[in-house]
Ligand binder design. Structure first.
Ligand SMILES: NC(=O)c1ccc[n+]([C@@H]2O[C@H](COP(=O)([O-])OP(=O)(O)OC[C@H]3O[C@@H](n4cnc5c(N)ncnc54)[C@H](O)[C@@H]3O)[C@@H](O)[C@H]2O)c1
Ligand SMILES: O=C(O)C[C@H](O)C(=O)O
Ligand SMILES: [Mg+2]
Length: 534
């Protein structure tokens, strides 16, 4: 801590990239030397150091990973290891692995293809699994699947640590991922595999391919969706309206990739459930969304439309009546729609320009909400300063990366919420593990999102606080894990964990489930090596 604090005194110009990287180096060395102390520091100072070991600094770390690399962490499976993975997994020294976070490095945060350097994000996510969910650090495994990279700079960089060839694609690519999945589930049948930062082209396909046979989920598609739903419901409550009014919200989404489409599908389903949970409700819910991607507003007139975006393509005639057309700009869409919510998952920093924010002034909502969810910090669609200064006090603001609250100068504070999937994935993983469910069902994910939404009190929500502070992350994760277990039991998926078999699990009350979760969380304490007789 003295080392870390000394850095702050010396950095006269406030937080800077080199300063954050220097802190990461200190923490990383501690991680290598003394795991228990590392996690003690992280857990006790999570608000301060999550932004170093996780978003946003982890993005910078990934961009520079080949140069920062000192000691290996995690496992690398490469395209050249085909046919060998089954024996490779037995080289990992830990008998038991509970959680794997795997990436192919193809879309790291909003930073694009970083090849094997993306291993940093899997390490950062697993740090949160230990710090927030109390997964034993001896039982986590960061994994990089190296199928090459299409990043020109890395292909030419002599220091690059991965395969310097173009990415595999098609069946060759699938064969590598299939082999990896078979290998890890053979050695550790109870492991949970979190897919992280795969380009959207593969994110959905792999999710569909594995989700009914393996214990896996995709954090960017499913974790983000849950966090966004919790935030959107919070925004409705912040307007002083009941959550059941959610299906009346007009929502403009910028970005139709793995995260954007994940959020859209989940939000549509949530609306449909509130409207009667039938096909008519499901169809009518889609008219609440306007989706803008790199080519502008997505309509049925779009050529070669991405099949995942198709359900949200707007009807051309209807758009004509609204004064919009295929490819309309975000500013035009906001002007015409006057939405309640503007949500960004575009990876384009500054996309919510002054023009877009000015247009949002005409929102028909009593309290418009802005979700600038892209990471890391430079990719945020706008900053809270920009949003509050243009739109005034009466908005709800959330961003994917952490920002400070804004002093509005009139004695009021503009609250900046962090809308990041970190509030869900640790609890989804822990709950799945402790329930013993063989899959991660939609119901379990929905239960997690609803519990997060309910976590905030009425008073907090009315103040514009729709996500909790990260300092409460261990308590939040306990709640989420308990909700996931309850739902797994309800759906008859829970097969139990260790001595808590399925029958015992079914007997537990809500409070007992929470106690069960707490009792299974690892704490950073040195194990007793010498037992005294007294
Ligand atoms: N806050 C969170 O918890 C969270 C979770 C997941 C992803 N993210 C962030 O979301 C971003 C996107 O992730 P992804 O996996 O969906 O990426 P992606 O590459 O799959 O999708 C990006 C989408 O943005 C669109 N886009 C590009 N330029 C645009 C523009 N000018 N206007 C509107 N749309 C534009 C693209 O067409 C594409 O549809 C990343 O920055 C990522 O860090 C945040
Ligand atoms: O990693 C994060 O901070 C959130 C999310 O998974 C992302 O890809 O941006
Ligand atoms: Mg991610």
């Amino acid at each position: 801590m003295v080392d870390l604090k000394r850095l702050e005194v010396q950095a006269r110009d406030g937080p800077s990239d080199p300063n954050a990287l220097a802190k990461w180096r200190i923490l990383n060395r501690l991680h290598d030397r003394n795991e228990t102390m590392y996690y003690k520091v992280l857990i006790n100072n999570i608000e301060e150091y999550a932004p170093i070991v996780y978003t946003p600094t982890v993005g910078l770390v990934c961009q520079n990973y080949s140069g920062l690399f000192r000691r290996p962490r995690g496992m690398y499976f490469s395209a050249e290891d085909r046919g060998e993975m089954m024996s490779m997994v037995y080289n990992w020294p830990a008998e038991q692995v509970d959680m794997i976070v795997v990436t192919d490095g193809s879309r790291i945060l909003g930073l694009g293809d970083l090849g094997v350097q993306g291993i940093g994000i899997t390490i950062g996510k697993l740090d949160l699994y230990v710090a927030a969910a109390g997964i034993n650090p001896q039982r986590v495994l960061p994994v990089m699947i190296d199928v090459g990279t299409n990043n020109k700079k890395l292909l030419e960089d002599p220091l690059y640590l991965g395969l310097q060839q173009h990415r595999l694609d098609g069946d060759d690519y699938l064969a590598v991922i299939d082999e990896f999945m078979e290998a890890v589930f053979t050695r550790w049948p109870n492991v949970i595999v979190q897919f992280e930062d795969f380009q959207s082209k593969w994110a959905f396909k792999l999710l569909q391919r594995y989700r009914t046979t393996y214990r896996m989920f995709n954090d960017d598609v499913q974790g983000t969706a849950g966090v966004a739903i919790a935030g959107l419901l919070g925004a409705v409550r912040a307007q002083g309206r009941p959550m059941i009014d959610f299906p009346k919200q007009k929502i403009v989404v910028a970005g139709a990739g793995s995260a954007g489409i994940g959020v859209l599908n989940a939000a549509r389903k949530t609306m449909a459930r509130m409207l009667g949970n039938n096909e008519v409700a499901f169809q009518s819910a889609k008219s609440q969304f306007w989706v803008v991607d790199a080519k502008g507003l997505i309509t049925e007139g779009r050529e070669n439309i991405d099949p995942d975006a198709l359900p949200f393509a707007r009807n051309l005639k209807e758009m004509d009546r609204q004064g919009l057309r295929e490819g309309a700009s975000l500013a035009e869409v906001v002007k015409q729609v006057k939405p309640d919510v503007l949500l960004g998952l575009s990876a384009v920093g500054g996309l919510f320009s002054n023009e877009v924010l000015e247009a949002l002034k005409d929102s028909t909502s009593t309290r418009p909400a802005i979700f600038a969810m892209s990471n890391p910090t430079k990719n945020a669609e706008c900053t809270p300063d920009e949003a509050f200064s243009i739109l005034g006090d009466n908005i709800i603001f959330a961003s994917g990366s952490p920002f400070s609250n804004v002093d509005l100068g009139n004695g009021n504070i503009g609250h900046c919420n962090q809308g990041n999937n970190m509030y869900l994935f640790p609890g989804i993983g822990l709950g799945t593990l402790l329930s013993g469910s063989r899959i991660v069902s939609d119901g379990m994910l929905q239960a997690a999102a609803e519990r997060l939404a309910a976590y905030m009190s009425e008073e907090e929500v009315l103040k514009g606080i729709i996500f909790p502070s990260i300092s409460r992350i261990r308590d939040i994760t306990k709640e989420i894990a308990a909700a996931v277990i309850e739902e797994a039991v309800e759906e008859d998926l829970a097969e139990g964990y260790h001595e808590m078999d399925a029958r015992e699990l079914r007997k537990l009350s809500r409070d007992e489930i929470k106690e069960y979760v707490i009792n299974n969380m690892w704490n950073p304490e040195y194990p007793t090596l010498v037992y005294r007789k007294d």
